[in-house]
Design a binder for this molecule. Structure first.
Ligand code: 3MF
Ligand code: MG
Length: 344
């Protein structure tokens, strides 16, 4: 039976439009007001960085962190929303300048572990057991700066620390090949799943696949998703789009390559993604040119594109597809798919 999907995004997806070359162009929107937009835009899940929920958490006591996160839980409940995951923001503090878990400085590594435990505390208060790890600075600008064998061992140890800290928590690693670092240690889905295998409890380590990150790695996002689904490791997704291997663009889902987006929807739907409560997460940025009153369009548009592609995926004649596969007529299979996407 065809399932239904629930959608999520993070509050950072409603943003002020700053880029590395220019300042914000839209006013900041207060967190409570952002939450008010979710249901209006058709979303049920909220993805968090730890400090999206509890700003300045480095300076707060464990009790103060729990109290603040409980308040946010109240806001979520009031809006009828659920927290999907919490991600420790390990890439802004001066102590993570050379990486968190893989820093060469033991005091900095200790900070990264401490911060990750705080993110788990926040997740518990918000009512989710899912932690996302985007390993932003766990890599190098120059290879000689770190030893990659030692670094991978440290990543596994850091995950072990989190798994031991909370025996119910699950970790979704979000691979990305580069940016901000020249080379990241966990660039692809395969690396992320293999890293899980090095931990004390691989059953609680999976992945968050972002379309754009896969494309940056020169890979097809739907095949990355298929690999994770085959391994039962697809804990969540960050759907978006990306125009070739350059900086991370976070374009609206399907906006660059509709067929590539179609195949992501198709693999998720054909393999019952969501049936264990997984959300269809987005990680999309509004264009810097958007005026403030139209700066959430990218979210609604991405969801609409997903649902329209879902309809197309479900209405693609399976008999016809099977027949063309059986006769190995992939030219005609391709034309059938294109015809279908073109509405013919
Ligand atoms: C970076 C990302 C991030 C992560 C987010 C959650 C801003 O390329 O995609 O989004 O998804 O920080 O870990
Ligand atoms: Mg992302």
């Amino acid at each position: 039976m065809a399932g239904t999907f629930r959608f999520s995004f993070g509050p950072w997806n409603i943003h002020q439009g700053a880029d590395p070359f220019g300042p914000p162009v839209r006013d900041a929107i207060e967190f409570g007001r952002k939450l008010g937009e979710y249901k209006k835009l058709g979303f049920e899940g909220v993805q968090f960085h730890d400090d999206d929920a509890v700003p300045e958490l480095n300076d707060l006591s464990p009790q103060a962190i729990a109290d603040k996160a409980e308040q946010v839980r109240g806001l979520l409940d009031g809006e009828g929303l659920a927290a999907e995951f919490v991600a420790p923001r390990l890439w802004e503090d001066p102590r993570t300048i050379d990486g968190g878990y893989t820093s060469n400085d033991p005091a900095c590594r200790a900070y990264a572990l401490e911060r990750s435990r705080k993110a788990i505390d926040v997740a518990n208060a918000l009512g989710t057991k899912l932690i996302v790890l985007w390993l932003a600075r766990e890599g190098t600008y120059i290879r000689e700066a770190k030893d990659s064998v030692v670094a991978v061992g440290r990543l596994a140890e850091a995950i072990d620390d989190m798994l031991a800290y909370d025996p119910e928590v699950r970790i979704a690693i979000e691979p990305k090949p580069n940016e901000p670092m020249d080379q990241a240690y966990i660039p692809t889905t395969g690396h992320a799943i293999a890293l899980g295998g090095l931990t004390a409890d691989p059953d609680r380590v999976g992945v968050n696949i972002e379309s754009a990150h896969a494309i940056l790695a020169g890979l097809d996002p739907s095949d990355e998703m298929g690999f994770a689904l085959a391994c039962e490791k697809l804990y969540t997704v960050h759907l978006n789009d990306q125009n070739g291997p350059k900086f991370d663009e976070d374009k609206s889902f399907g906006a660059v390559d509709l067929r590539r987006a179609f195949n992501q929807v198709r693999i998720l739907d054909r393999h019952d993604y969501g049936s264990n409560g997984e959300f269809v997460g987005l990680d999309v940025k509004a264009m810097r040119t958007q005026k403030p009153d139209a700066a959430t369009r990218h979210l609604a548009n991405s969801k609409t594109i997903f649902l329209r592609l879902l309809k197309l995926s479900r209405s693609l004649d399976p008999g016809k597809v099977d027949e063309l596969i059986a006769s190995r007529d992939y030219e005609q299979l391709e034309m059938t798919v294109i015809d279908h996407l073109l509405g013919g």
